[in-house]
Write a protein that binds this ligand. Structure first.
Ligand SMILES: Cc1cc2nc3c(=O)[nH]c(=O)nc-3n(C[C@H](O)[C@H](O)[C@H](O)COP(=O)(O)OP(=O)(O)OC[C@H]3O[C@@H](n4cnc5c(N)ncnc54)[C@H](O)[C@@H]3O)c2cc1C
Length: 468
């Protein structure tokens, strides 16, 4: 066996400094081209890479033929980019982080300074609402400062005060993040966002295209908007018309969850999957054996897979056969965290001010609920005004406290991971409350399969309760 390093990512400045005149040749297309030819060329991959290195144009032609001619698109996944993004709104970040095959690390909202750090969207300027919008930003900045000071004065630490005062921040607030993405996902991202109704996202797509397209033209070849992607907003309008008017929504002030659907007989199904993977039985035979075991032995069989588990270990892959579909209502602040779980299917509605706002306990304790409600009311007014002239951009003035409904479709294995991170003492209060609700519902329907759903902080105690 031989294991050799084919390549790895280093920062662009170092590459530029070291490459000098040959900077144009420093492309991840070399890696893709050599891997692309592995399947058809008898030579060792290092020889193929050497050839690609010597003749980059030939390597590009070969990539184009294999990726786009033959449709062997996974070749483009071997080229990876690290992209710094600054000055993009929180609203736009939500659309970017929908791309599940990329990796993101964001600057925490705790460290954003409200006052300077917000975008003025093109649509709002064109609609003649720049003054209203900037006026709102000014008011929110003042309210944010007052909220932060009141929470501190009520005895909370700096971190909690920053974290909870941010419920007053609008979706126009800018964010900063690092993104690592392969060329295949990047091309898809650019094409989708270039077709997006928001000007900010189209600008982002065009900038992405120029930073990556120049380096790997053979792999990011079709970044253009498509009629298929562009048609989506109009189709949604038709769906709305077909469905008719929505009923009245009830306003709440914290996270809510409903378990809409769960794999029937989930414990039995889970035991059957474990039997299936460990024996030569068909699935139907595994189901019969799992049913025959009875509740107690089934629970023991499932628990046996967790006996050596540590807080950072995942449960076995068989847990992925159990699916749970939740409808959750969460604030934008909570959604910002929820959307980071890439192994789930997240379908979200637009923000709906009539769903109310999430109110942190520290804001209640500081006696500042009225301040938060007034800010939400003010931002709701600007939202409605923008909605009447530039509907696509109406969400920018909404606050982190405003709420939306989300369908969160997750398998039991990922729910374990979610619970470790989000039921934990270090998790932010709203997502922690949500995760606790979701886990309690899972425990009710899947008692044996959910025995160790908990945060990292309570893992040892729960495990001791289970195994003694
Ligand atoms: C207390 C706390 C503070 C946080 N602070 C910040 C912060 O300041 N900034 C910030 O950006 N984020 C922050 N996060 C979010 C965090 O970094 C994760 O992005 C988020 O919790 C999603 O979890 P995950 O990345 O483990 O994976 P998920 O997307 O939920 O995926 C589940 C699992 O699949 C695997 N997986 C998924 N994708 C990949 C991949 N591409 N490569 C390899 N394995 C993969 C991993 O095993 C992962 O654990 C914070 C989270 C917590 C709990």
């Amino acid at each position: 066996m031989k294991v050799r390093l084919g390549g790895y990512n280093i920062d662009a400045k170092t590459i530029r400094e070291l490459a000098g005149d040959r900077y144009g040749d420093m492309t991840p297309e070399i890696i893709s081209a050599s891997y692309a030819r592995i399947s058809r060329d008898p030579r060792e991959v290092s020889r193929l890479r050497e050839e690609a290195r010597k003749d980059i144009e030939k390597a590009r032609k070969s990539n184009t033929a294999i990726v786009f001619g033959l449709g062997h698109s996974s070749i483009a996944e071997h080229a990876v980019f690290n992209i710094d993004v600054m000055g993009i709104s929180r609203l736009a970040v939500e659309a970017v982080e929908q791309f599940r095959l990329a990796s993101f690390t964001e600057k925490s909202q705790r460290y954003i300074r409200l006052g300077r750090d917000f975008v003025v969207p093109e649509e709002i300027a064109k609609a003649g609402l720049k003054r209203d919008f900037k006026g709102l930003m000014k008011r929110l900045t003042e309210s944010y400062k007052s909220m932060y000071e009141s929470i501190r004065a009520a005895g909370e630490d700096d971190e909690t005060a920053k974290e909870d005062a941010r419920y007053l921040m609008p979706l126009a607030t800018t964010a900063q993040f690092g993104m690592t993405v392969n060329a295949r996902e990047l091309e898809y991202m650019i094409s989708r966002l270039a077709s997006h109704p928001l000007a900010e996202l189209r600008e982002f797509a065009s900038k992405l295209s120029s930073v990556a397209g120049g380096i790997a033209p053979s792999l990011v070849k079709y970044p253009d908007p498509t009629d298929y992607f562009k048609a989506a907003p109009a189709i949604r309008v038709d769906i709305r018309r077909t469905a008719g008017r929505a009923g009245k929504s009830l306003a709440g002030d914290g996270p809510e969850a409903i378990l809409i659907d769960v794999t029937p007989d989930a414990d039995k199904r889970l035991a059957a999957s474990l039997i299936f993977a460990s024996t030569s039985m068909s699935h139907s035979e595994s189901m019969r054996r799992a049913a025959k075991l009875g509740k107690r032995r089934r629970a023991a069989l499932i628990a046996s897979t967790m006996e050596k588990m540590k807080p950072h270990d995942s449960v076995w892959r068989e847990f992925e056969n159990i699916r749970l579909l939740y409808e959750v209502t969460v604030s934008s602040s909570c959604f910002a965290q929820l959307k980071r779980h890439r192994m789930a299917t997240i379908i979200s509605q637009d923000y709906l001010p009539s769903l109310g706002i999430s109110i942190p306990d520290s804001v209640r304790k500081a006696g500042k609920v009225k301040l938060l409600r007034e800010a939400a009311e003010l931002s709701g007014r600007v939202y409605r005004k923008i909605g009447s002239r530039a509907e696509n951009a109406r969400d920018y003035p909404l606050l982190n406290a405003h709420r939306r409904r989300v369908l969160f479709d997750i398998n039991l294995r990922e729910l374990y991971h979610f619970s470790r991170m989000r039921c934990d003492i270090h998790a932010q209060w709203e997502i922690r409350r949500l995760a606790d609700l979701m886990c309690a519902m899972a425990e009710d329907k899947i008692p044996s399969g959910s025995v160790l759903l908990c945060g990292k902080d309570s893992f040892d105690r729960r495990k001791k309760d289970l195994f003694g």
